[in-house]
Structures are given as C-alpha cells and as structure tokens.
Design a protein around this ligand. Structure first.
Ligand code: NAP
Length: 481
C-alpha cells in the first residue's frame, strides 16, 4: 500500500510538492512497510502558515471545548490500541505487549491534559497601592513546533501535542524518519477527534534539516519542543535563541542504577533486567551503569544473568518475544564498538556480547542481551549513552563513592537506588544530580508526574501540571482603580 499523501496541513492529507517519497521499514525483518511523502521546506512553511492562521480560533475556544476534543482523541486512541500497537511493533520493533502499553501511556497524556486545560488558573496579587490591583493571566504561547524520536513513536507525540492543544496553542510536528507511520496514525486520531483544520500539522520527512531550518527561522513559531539526542538538542536550543523561542528539551541519559549492600540483590537484579532491556535498551531512562556494592555483586550478577538468559529476542509480533531488534544498522554497530572497547580495557562478557545471527535475525538488527562485569570508568560505555541491550556492572565500596560514580556524567535524566534503609534512600536521592529517581522502583514515570532531566539531559518538564505551563506565557495586568 502506498500512502504518499501523508503530510497533514490545514486538515488535508497531501503529497510533498517535490513528489519525493521515502520508505518505512520493519527493523526486525527489513521489509518495507509503506512509502510516505518526503516533506521539506515548502511543506514546513505551509504547515506553519496553517498553524498561524488557525491560532486565533483555537485559542478563543473555551478550555472545556478544547478538553472535549482531547477526551474524544483519548477514546479513539484506546479504541485503536491494538491496531496502533501492531503498527508500532512492525515499524519500531518493540514486542506487541510493550507496544500496547505505550499506546495506553500515549492516551494517558490526552486525558491528563484534557483535565489540566480546565485548571489553567491565574493569580490576584496584592499591591502596595490601595488604588491598584494586579492580575496574572496564563495565555497560550502561540504556534509550537515539535520534533520527536522513533523510540516511543506515539507517546512522544501526545506528550507534546496534548498540552499544546490544551493550552490553546497550535502545532507543527516533525516525527522521526524511522517511524512516520506511527505519526500518521496518531494524527488520524486527532483528525477523527475533531481537531479543527490547521490546529495540528504533520510534516513527514527523511531529511530533518530543511524542515528544522524553516521552523527555527520563522518568528511566528514561538516554541519548539524537542525529544532526541543531546547533540541535536543543543544545536536546536542554540538556534532557537535567534528568535527567542521558548524551548523544551528532552534529551539523552546515562542512568546509574545503585544497589547498596543492604538491598535485596535478587530483587534489584530482577528490576535491573526489566528496565535495562525495556524497548531493547532504547529508552532514555534505561540504566546505563549498574553500580553495585562489592559484597553483593556476585548474587546480583547471578540473578541478572538468569534473567537475561531467559529473554527471548525476535520479531515483536511473534508470541513469546521479549526483546525486539535495534532500530537500525548504526545502532547495532555502536553495540559492537562499546563491547569491544570494554573488553579491550578489561571487562568480562558474562552473557551475549555479539550480534545475533541465524534465520530469525539475519534480516533485522539484533544484538544479544549482554552483561559486562569488571567495568571501569575509563570505558566508553561509562560515558557514552548506549541505547541498546548492554548491562555494564561496576562495583563500589562505600556510599560516597557510589554517589560520586553515579554523578560523574554530563547527563542528568533518570537514576535508580536499591536499598532497604529509608534514610540512605532519601540522602542518596537528594545527592543524585538527576531529574527522576526510582527508589526500589523501576518506573518513576506517569502522565501525572513531571518527566525531564537536568544538566545535559534537557530543559523543562513534560506531563504533570508542569507540562501545560511549558505552553503558557505569563501576563500581568496592573489596574488602577
Ligand atoms: P536524534 O537523532 O536526535 O533524533 C531525534 C529527532 O530529531 C528526530 O525527529 C530527528 O529526525 C531529528 N533530527 C535529527 N537531526 C536533526 C537536525 N539537524 N535538526 C533538526 N532535527 C533533527 O535522536 P534519536 O537517535 O532518534 O533518538 C534517541 C535519543 O533520544 C537518545 O539520546 C534518547 O535518550 C533521547 N530520548 C530522550 C527522551 C527524553 O524524554 N528525555 C525520550 C526519548 C528519547 P530524523 O529522524 O529525520 O533524523
């Protein structure tokens, strides 16, 4: 099936003016799934114009009217949960059960922000002058652009577009080139929910730069929200300064996973196996360093190894698969490079360590779930984000050393602590320079809590009450009586 009319502007599906297309492929099988419009500058410009023209009408709607549309989108997305999940598994690779979970998470943002739309409160501030009143209003920022990655190809869209819509902003989205079909189906949900023409616009494209250039140069775009690598995020944030756009940056991570001597090492290892191999390690909150007390590292490794050996790599559509492929060939090459570097510097491969081969794997991008022990800070894997199924294990001897090891990264997104000592849990959580901390818990995320990082992991928060304030400007009215 060819779906070349996949650019959605002003409520209409259209082809690229250039007539160019590109393909979306299944990372598990290499099969071409579909062909989509390859948008560029022209489409980006039209999309911004449509969003600009639609802004006055959308921001004038009441919060209740905007919420009703988001509630309809939530219902439609859940009605299509199986269909969307199957498409996601084919296009992105995660096992079907995990894809269903992601669609549920994506829908959560639609409902959460439908509710938050009605809670955009202002303030009345006392004045020192008896004849004066101060009112503080919260108003929509305006036209907002969003650039999203492939690893969570539906929820990363709703996490940005839902708060924008709730706040009264209009949007232009550029999705990742690897997952345009998920973006298209997400936009069909918006369309079918009754989002008016021009309020949400989609530019599928294979080359991000021309579209990003147009977005960044246009003074009508008042905000850009980006999720992706720190390298590209820094570049976009710097360029957004030229027209003083607001920015939200959800960038890379290098999460430490601390297991103290008083923790249950088996329980910690079970959690470690679940969160490390989530989405084949391709989640920004996946642990990138397991920092384990020397006294319990053998027990931790024994359980982790048993769990990893029990993982079933393969095509996510096949029943029983628990780990899917990596997204592409460069990702696979990065795994080999990080393992080779670690081994050359003294690490031991406990399990895995190589690309998977054989009939099930040869047409896809599969790397064996891997554990490395005797890992040290000088190894590339300790500073570069892995974004794949490799669990490097380091040891420590005391708490201060563990905290120092954990914080010795330029990233600051997620971190994990396993301990049965409540004082230590709080002390260490306060000392860690990360935006989200799991304490004996591997999922410190929900539509209801602020998601985001510090240091080079980003700026701003998504989800929660904070998520909508990112799309609101503050205005003060000083009134003389
Ligand atoms: P990426 O290369 O930075 O790509 C992310 C998005 O940016 C894609 O839509 C991509 O388009 C676009 N892009 C690439 N180069 C660009 C440019 N020069 N100008 C404008 N846009 C550009 O990141 P990725 O490898 O796809 O995603 C993985 C990264 O995302 C990891 O670092 C991960 O930690 C991070 N991430 C963070 C969060 C979070 O919430 N903090 C969540 C998920 C992922 P193309 O696809 O067309 O190249």
């Amino acid at each position: 099936m060819l779906r070349e009319a996949t650019v959605y502007i002003d409520g209409k599906w259209r082809s690229a003016a250039s007539g160019e297309t590109f393909s979306s492929t299944n990372p598990a099988t290499g099969a071409v799934l579909d062909t989509v419009a390859d948008g560029g500058r022209a489409e980006a410009r039209l999309a911004i114009e449509a969003a600009t023209a639609a802004l006055p009408g959308w921001r004038a709607k009441t919060a209740y009217e905007r919420a009703d549309i988001l509630i309809a989108a939530h219902r439609i997305m859940l009605e299509r949960q199986d269909e969307l999940a199957t498409l996601m598994t084919k296009e992105q690779g995660k096992p079907l059960r995990m894809a269903r979970t992601e669609v549920g998470y994506a829908a959560d943002f639609l409902l959460w922000f439908a509710e938050e739309a009605k809670r955009v409160y202002g303030e009345v501030i006392p004045s020192s002058r008896a004849d004066q009143r101060f009112l503080v209003l919260q108003q929509p920022v305006g036209v907002c652009a969003a650039i999203t990655p492939w690893n969570y190809p539906v929820s990363m869209i709703t996490r940005k577009v839902a708060p924008a819509l709730a706040a009264g902003c209009t949007s232009v989205l550029k999705p990742a080139e690897q997952t345009p079909l998920c973006a298209i189906e997400t936009f069909r949900v918006f369309e079918d929910a009754g989002v008016p023409p021009g309020v949400v616009n989609l530019v599928t494209c294979s080359e991000p730069e021309p579209v990003a250039d147009e977005i960044l140069a246009d003074p009508n775009v008042r905000k850009i929200s980006f999720t992706g690598s720190t390298e590209i995020g820094k570049m976009i944030a710097a360029r957004a300064g030229a027209t003083m756009k607001r920015v939200s940056m959800e960038l890379g991570g290098h999460a430490p996973f601390l297991v103290f001597e008083d923790a249950d090492p088996e329980h910690a290892a079970k959690g470690a196996a679940l969160v490390k191999f989530l989405n084949t390690g391709q989640a920004c909150i996946c642990p990138n360093r397991f920092i384990v007390h020397r006294s319990i590292v053998d027990r931790f490794l024994k359980t982790l190894r048993a769990r990893v050996e029990g993982l079933v790599p393969g095509d996510g559509l096949v029943k029983g698969t628990t780990v899917g492929p990596l997204i592409d060939e460069p990702a696979l090459a990065k795994m080999t490079r990080q393992v080779d570097d670690a081994v050359a510097k003294g690490a031991t491969v406990i399990v895995g360590g190589t690309k998977l081969t054989g009939e099930t794997f040869d047409n896809g991008h599969f790397f064996a779930p891997t554990i490395l022990s005797e890992v040290t800070a000088d190894m590339v894997i300790c500073s570069e984000e892995t974004f794949g199924p490799i669990a490097p294990v380091l040891v420590f001897d005391d708490e201060a050393e563990a905290v120092e090891m954990a914080n010795s990264t330029s990233y600051g997104l997620a971190g994990y602590i396993y301990t049965r000592d409540i004082s230590r849990a709080i002390r260490v959580a306060e000392a860690l320079d990360f935006g989200m901390i799991g304490i004996n818990d591997i999922n410190p995320t929900s539509a209801a809590v602020p998601f985001g990082g510090i240091k080079e992991s980003g700026l701003g928060r998504e989800g929660a009450r904070a998520g909508i304030t990112e799309y609101l400007d503050t205005k003060v009215l000083g009134i003389a009586l």
